[in-house]
Design a protein around this ligand. Structure first.
Ligand SMILES: Nc1nc2c(ncn2[C@@H]2O[C@H](COP(=O)(O)OP(=O)(O)OP(=O)(O)O)[C@@H](O)[C@H]2O)c(=O)[nH]1
Length: 347
């Protein structure tokens, strides 16, 4: 167990205390974030943590608050022990490494479900760690592209890290007749990082008959990072018959990392007759973008999405300032409602 004084954040006095728990894949940067914040040290060498507690003081609204920061082990081996840390947490930080798509995927696959299971109403902040490496990797990639003959067509290790097409038809004969998503990347490293098309039909016979999104990038470094099309039809007569998203990237720096198409038809007359997703990708090295982080934050209904570089101490203070504010507000709201403050229980 370690104690951090938190330079410039005041003396420890008895008063309100907050418990903040940090989770995320092994090696994604949790310990570094806590150590930089609480002790001012960045650990250059990686030593997997088991459980650690850091204590520091912050001032909020003229009052001193004691922050108890609980580091956890990201490795699966500790899945059965980790839940002990959630007990009475006031806020959870879910972290991932912005240069590691697996750690990003695990936010929704593993961490969010685990946190919600043990901490039903506790506020969550999603944190993208190691942003300095994102810049480094982009730089390396550009240098590589200058040095080497351009890769012209389909290569191994395509950078699509997520493709999802789903059609949940709970009734027959809905009028979606065509959905297509295609990404044809004929050069390397184009920066499309997110395309989403969704159609949520809650009534029959909605009148959209054709949706198409296309990105044709003919210059270097085109800045499209997010395309989303959604049709939320809550009235009668929604005949979506055609949705198409296509990205035709003919220049450098294409990097599609996420494509999702979904159709959720909950009423009569669902009849998807055609769904197609295709992607030809020419590069590897998927990096998670800020926008992807924000989309995931919204998907899991987290309070905030923040990014940081513990190594360069970027945004580190802000994370804990926001965490303190959000945790205190949640506590006060619960008190006001004469309820027990939101906290986690071990089931
Ligand atoms: N470049 C860079 N490296 C980082 C950053 N944060 C952490 N690292 C490095 O990433 C490695 C893992 O960091 P940790 O903070 O130990 O990761 P963790 O999530 O606590 O890992 P577990 O204890 O296994 O759960 C270490 O070698 C750190 O030096 C960062 O912001 N930038």
């Amino acid at each position: 167990m370690q104690n951090g004084s938190g330079a410039g954040r005041g003396r420890a006095v008895s008063g309100e205390q907050l418990k903040i728990v940090i989770v995320g894949d092994g090696g994604c940067g949790k310990t570094s974030l806590l150590m930089v914040y609480a002790k001012g040290d960045f650990p250059e060498t990686y030593a997997p943590s088991v459980f650690e507690k850091y204590v520091t003081m912050v001032t909020h609204g003229g009052k001193e608050i004691q922050l108890n920061l609980y580091d956890t082990a990201g490795q699966d081996d500790y899945d059965r022990l980790r839940p002990l840390s959630y007990q009475d947490a006031n806020l959870v930080l879910i972290c991932y490494d912005v240069t590691n798509p697996t750690s990003f995927d695990n936010v929704l696959i593993k961490w969010y479900p685990e946190v919600r299971h043990f901490c039903r109403d506790v506020p969550i902040i999603l944190i993208g760690c190691k942003t300095d490496l994102r810049k480094d990797k982009e730089r390396t990639r550009k240098l590589k592209a200058q040095d080497q003959a351009p890769i012209t067509y389909i290569q191994d290790q395509a950078p699509i890290t997520y493709i999802q097409v789903s059609a949940d038809l709970t009734q027959d004969q809905a009028p979606i007749t065509y959905i297509q998503v295609s990404a044809d990347l004929t050069q390397d490293q184009a920066p499309i990082t997110y395309i989403q098309v969704s159609a949520d039909l809650t009534q029959d016979q909605a009148p959209i008959t054709y949706i198409q999104v296309s990105a044709d990038l003919t210059q270097d470094q085109a800045p499209i990072t997010y395309i989303q099309v959604s049709a939320d039809l809550t009235q009668d007569q929604a005949p979506i018959t055609y949705i198409q998203v296509s990205a035709d990237l003919t220049q450098d720096q294409a990097l599609i990392t996420y494509i999702q198409v979904s159709a959720d038809l909950t009423q009569d007359q669902a009849l998807i007759t055609y769904i197609q997703v295709s992607a030809d990708l020419t590069q590897d090295q998927a990096l998670i973008t800020y926008i992807q982080g924000e989309v995931t934050q919204k998907e899991m209904n987290a309070e905030l999405y923040l990014e940081c570089s513990a190594k360069y101490r970027e945004n580190v203070e802000d994370i804990f300032k926001e965490a303190t504010k959000i945790a205190l507000a949640a506590n006060r709201k619960a008190r006001h409602a004469r309820k027990k403050p939101h906290s986690c229980t071990i089931l």
